[in-house]
Ligand binder design. Structure first.
Ligand SMILES: C[S@@+](CC[C@H](N)C(=O)[O-])C[C@H]1O[C@@H](n2cnc3c(N)ncnc32)[C@H](O)[C@@H]1O
Length: 258
């Protein structure tokens, strides 16, 4: 997709992640964590399964699933991120097939995969519905789709999304858990299951792996000026050292192609 077709969003994604590929490649937060464990568990059985990791980034999820015996295709729209995936796979001694593509326009035949997974990326997609429809095409009947992403409670959605856009211009919108459920059902999946959990982050931890002081100042202003109901929904708090913190909710959603 060209920059014009999606209002320049693909260009914004490639621009941001080309500049920060090395930061993400060394991010301990992305390397693992509860969302990766839950995603991998929801995608079992993995041994011998054909898996698409949609928006693989620097490949942490792709490599983790390959280590569990999956035959992984790692797709991403940013060449610099796929280069990091190739390096990681080589270092870890696993085979991962790389695919430079938009996750909503995959150059593969229908029913190519047993699973489609995507972690910490859907909030960038210009059209989540188009991605879910494309994944329904490329996953075989009876196969599963598993998405892990940030997912605020409804009352905190506007504030959280404004903060995220301040630190990353390619951020589009993080869906709430109910919006994930609705989107998956509307895209024709069944057996939809949605799990959430939350972690408290200081602004410093939230900004990681990219230290951006301008984004920190915008986020501080947004938090300071938040309406009481929004601040409560986001768990806004001043820590003892004066730094703001808030609660980031995450979702893992699993669905089956009928
Ligand atoms: C934070 S990284 C993904 C993290 C990775 N999945 C992991 O588990 O570590 C977000 C990635 O989404 C990719 N991306 C965003 N929109 C995309 C799209 N429409 N098609 C393909 N990749 C996309 C970006 O290029 C970037 O590499």
């Amino acid at each position: 997709m060209t920059g014009g077709e999606d209002g320049g969003r693909s260009e914004a994604v490639r621009d941001y992640f080309s500049r920060h590929a090395a930061d993400y490649a060394r991010s301990e937060s992305h390397r693992g964590g509860r969302d990766l464990d839950m995603l991998a568990g929801a995608a079992e059985p993995l041994a011998g399964a054909e898996v698409l990791d949609a928006a693989t980034g620097t490949g942490f999820t792709a490599v983790a699933l390959a280590r569990r015996g999956a035959r992984v295709t790692a797709a991403d729209i940013t060449p610099a991120m796929l280069e990091e995936t190739a390096r990681l796979a080589e270092r870890e001694g696993v085979a991962v097939h790389l695919l430079l593509a938009d996750v909503a326009r995959l150059p593969v035949p229908a029913a190519s995969f047993d699973r489609v997974v995507s972690r910490r990326a859907a909030h960038h997609f210009p059209d989540v519905e188009a991605a879910l429809a494309e994944w329904r095409r490329v996953v075989r009947p009876g196969g599963t789709v598993v998405v892990a992403d940030m997912s605020p409670p409804p009352a905190a959605a506007a504030l959280l999304n404004a903060m995220e856009r301040a630190r990353d211009a390619s951020h589009r919108w993080a869906l709430t858990p109910d919006q994930w459920r609705t989107a998956l059902v509307a895209a024709g999946y069944d057996g939809v299951a949605v799990a959430t959990w939350s972690e408290r982050l200081t602004l410093g931890r939230w900004l990681y792996p990219v230290a951006d002081e301008a984004a920190r100042r915008v986020a501080e202003d947004l938090l300071a000026g938040a309406a009481p109901a929004e601040a409560l929904a986001l768990g806004r708090r001043r820590e003892a050292d004066g730094e703001w913190s808030f609660v980031k909710q995450r979702v893992v959603a699993r669905a089956r192609r009928p």
